[in-house]
Each structure stands twice: as C-alpha cells, then as structure tokens.
Write a protein that binds this ligand. Sequence first.
Ligand code: IK2
Length: 445
Amino acid sequence: MGIIRNLAAHVGVIRQTLLRNHKRITMSRRLHARRLDGVDKNVWVEFTQLAADYKPVNLGQGFPDFSPPQFIQEAFCEAVKGGPEMHQYTRAFGHPRLVKSLAKFFSRIVGHEIDPFEDILVTVGAYQALFCAFQALIDEGDEVIIVEPFFDCYQPMVLMAKGKAVYVPLRPREGSSVLSSGDWVLSAEELASKVTPRTKAIVINTPNNPLGKVYKREELQMIADLCIKHDLLCFTDEVYEWLTYDGAKHVKIASLPGMWERTITVGSAGKSFSATGWKVGWAMGSGHVIKHLKVIHQNSVYHCATAAQEAVACGFEREYELFGTPESYFQQLPAVLHNKRRKLASCLQSVGLQPIMPEGGYFMITDVSSVKVDLNDHGTKDESYDFKFVKWLVKEKGLATIPVSAFFSPEHSKEFDKYIRFCFVKEDSTLDAAENILRKWSQTK
Ligand code: IK2
C-alpha cells in the first residue's frame, strides 16, 4: 500500500512537472516578441541590483546622493500645493509653462527662435526622448552610426526600431599618454567610411558618458558637414550640457549652420537640477521632425507628471534670469563638481591608478589592468574583465563602480574592457569612504 502511495506521489510530481514544463514551453513560444531578442541584458538593472544586495559605497550609477537645490525643491512643493490642475493631466507634448520656459531659455543658446509648441517634446527623462527619436525616425534596415563609448541604451533602441547600429570608436590620440578625455578623438576618415546609402543618422553624446569628452567645435563641424553632405539626421544627447571643467565649452551641434533642421537635441531636467528621480526630459528640434516623435509619445506615454513639469519650468525661468551669474545653478553645480573631480582623481592616483580626466559630465574612467586580483570566482567564464572586476570590487571591497565595456559595441568592447567608471556626483563623505576602501586595499596588496 505504502509503495503504491509513494509511486502515486512520484507520478503526481512528474505529472505536475510535465504540466508546468508544457505550459512554460507553449507560453514561451508565444510570450515575447522578437524585438526583445538580444536586448534583454541591461547594465543598470544588473549593477543596481548588485548594489542593493551588497550595500557598497556607491560610485556606480550616475545620480547625486545629495539633495537638489532648495529653489527647485520648493518649486515642486509649491506645484503640489498649486490646486487641482497640478494633479491632473496636462498638455500631452509638454506642460505649457515648461515648453515656454524651455523655448525661451534655449532660443538664446541655439541662436534660433524655438517654437514652444512645435519644436519641443517633453518626455519621461532623456531616456524616453531617445526612445521616441529612434522609434519615430529609424526604419527597418536603416543604419545608425553610433560614436563609442555611448550611453548603452542607444544600441537596444536601434535594434527595437529594426535598424542596424554601425559603430565608430573614439580612440586615444596616437602618442598621447591619455590623461584627458580630450585626447580621445574621432577619426574623420573612419567616420566618413561608415556612411552608406542606408545611413539615416549619427548619434553623439557630449559631454560624453562615461568618458567625459566634450566635443570641440571643429569636431562637431566635421560631423555636421558629413550630416549635411549625406542628408543625415543627428541625434545629440546633451544631458550633461552644464557640466564642463577647465575651460572646456559645450557647443550645441544644433547651433551650427544648417544643423537645426536635422538635429534632435536630447536634454534632462534630472541631470540639470540634480533630481534624476523626477524623470523629466525633452527632445528639441525643428517642428517637422519633432512632430514624428510626438506620435510615438502620444501612443505610448501620452504625457508626463504635471507637478514635476511645473517645478522644472520654475527652475528654467530662474536660470534664464540668472544665466551666466554666480547664482545660477548651472554655474554652481560644475563648480562643486570641479572639486569632487579633483578629489576623486587624486584618490585614484594615490593608489596607483591613472584616471582619464573628464572635461565634462560626472564620471571618471580608469585603467585597472595593472591591478592583480584573482577574478576566477567572480562573474561567468565568458564575461569580460571589467565586469568581473567590478563584481569583485563590490563583493570583496564594498565599492560599486560600472564596467566601461558596457558602453561599447560587442565588436569593440574587448579593446576597452580594462577600464572601470567612477561617478563623482557624490557627497564628499561618500568620496572619502571610497578613498578609505581604496587605500586600505592598496596597503594590503
Ligand atoms: N543619456 C545619458 C548620456 C545619460 O547618462 C543618461 C542617464 N544616465 O544615468 C545612468 C548612468 O550612466 O549612471 C540618460 C541619457 C538618461 O537620462 P534621464 O535620467 O533624464 O532619463
């Protein structure tokens, strides 16, 4: 009897397993769309989880661990208290007060009268602006030239639009000792050689994440000439536009002659006002281009949080009045970060690492190939060196950073997997804690 009962239980388990597996197989056949193939891995998902699990000193993901400026916090509180309409839907393509303040602010910089209602789309962070741009403008088979290193989402966004990403890396200048991001250059010949009759757009990011390169006017002119010659679009991701150091100047490629009509400029209030969790961003460009991004937006997100947009509008109105003065947050933030950048650089140098000084942004990369550690137990066998190294650093030393090969295409990532990225938009106490970890470790080496 007992044997029969055991047998029955066993059969029951097998039956359940078969049923589950069967269900899983039929579901997985139908479940995910082909556009998800090859885009399921995400460096932020992976390393944010690792940071949540190990609670390290976090110089990983790019967000400040300090509060946004008082004026913008107050603007948000005022917006929340501002009556029923602040809690309801607003205009789909951008809250009227925000698009007007953005248009007024950026018209002065671009040197072109920006129409608030035609030329701007407010989005859920710069991320959604990029998504709308790729979805709206890239068609099946279109080629998109991406300059590496690049913010990682460009590649899956091209793939999801059924386009083909074509890569051109910035490389250290011949003979340079690579101490500054300015030594990383784009070869005009290499870039031109990638243009084919199928090329639709060139994607750049200045100031660059993770390298910190701020493209010089001549470099942008070279890209602009190519766009005009071959009738290409330019997607320019400028979320760190206010953050430049040591005299480097951010130039908007949209301000170069002939470029306004063919450029989509992406910006982020999260990065501009140190409030990344608000997720307010925008795409800006000629109305005849932006109208297509609006179609993607209206059929997916429809519109963004009203109170956050109202607060960002107040921030831009204030910055318009204070532009270029020491009271402007767009002057104050880079001044604060200038010191943090120096602090992190000297910390890295003191433990024998050679940082590449960023001219802009809030990241610094360094070569860790000289560091001798046993990475066998960290990461999978086929994972690249920097991924293993970063996992080891979190788990064994309690310090979070980001692997730089995540910002390169599969074909070039091997060349750059000796670098890791540190984020320095952090309290001095956080940078001190990171320094303590690095010093202790270097003493035990
Ligand atoms: N474009 C670039 C170049 C970015 O760096 C980001 C945000 N990156 O933050 C993650 C990190 O690198 O640690 C975005 C776009 C997205 O900006 P938003 O937060 O406004 O969507």
